[in-house]
Design a binder for this molecule. Sequence first.
Ligand code: MTE
Ligand code: MO
Length: 299
Amino acid sequence: MRCSVRPAPSLGRRGFSAVVTCPPEVGVEGAVEFIRGVLGSDLVAVREEEERIGREYLLRKVVYSIVGIDGVVECRFVYRAGSLESLSCALPTVSVPSPTREPVLPKAPKRGKGMPPGQRVVKDFIIYAVLGKPVIDVNRWVLEVGGEVENALKLRYADLLSMPMKEIVTDFHCVTGWSVPSVRLRGVPTRVLAELSGVRNGVRWVKTFSADGYTTVIPLEDFLDEDALVVLEIDGKPLSHEQGFPARVFVPHLYGWKSGKWLTRIVFMREYEDGYWESLGYHERGNVWLEERFKSVTE
Ligand SMILES: Nc1nc2c(c(=O)[nH]1)N[C@H]1C(S)=C(S)[C@@H](COP(=O)(O)O)O[C@H]1N2
Ligand SMILES: [Mo]
């Protein structure tokens, strides 16, 4: 069992270019040693913070400066019930070849009763903008639908508003452990966009791109859930700017990080690719009922 290093283009905006993941038995010291080897420089821990994730997980984030190199290494050590379960570190400016491995995911429920495991109810959304809030001019904004499709689409806001819409009432779950119950969302079913664009055989993944550079990846099967939407309205009103105006994707049974705000592009793919949080060790699918918060790292 060894560490591996993969390119992480989704993290470019944050000055990272690759991610190291190690099986837990390598340990924190072993991972740091591995990275020293990759970078050929010493690391010095300069900042550390801890965050509870759900009920059982503890996320320990450690930032290291790199002796003689501009930039930092940012590590996430995930502990479950006290023992190290996964670890991944983002690295600046190293170029590495990419053998992306296709994740193997078990069958998972799309509906459940009550709150998913490890979630607690809050009244209001906590607004996230990990790459900042982008400036959006809705008159210039277009949503592109492309990748492995027969007819790539370019849809303006008015085009989306004139398409068939669906309204759902759903709970919204953030991977950190908060959930907002009974949110009323309205938008264009993702199925409608998939049908219009003619998704080719062999597609298994969907990556979404946002105006701020945020990306995330969703299995096609989940993306095509009957309640999955390109959301345009919350509680009968257009999305506010901070909630992702003009449009965000939403899949009810996946954690909120799969709901990219300020959506600009939907790309259908045959092969798996990490998005922003997935590069940092978060799960390829993120099913709330199976509590898929972090990737499992078995080589
Ligand atoms: N563009 C963009 N989309 C994003 C995020 C982000 O930082 N940037 N955060 C994600 C996360 S982790 C969650 S839980 C939800 C939060 O939605 P809210 O900001 O409307 O509460 O947005 C998701 N979509
Ligand atoms: Mo989140």
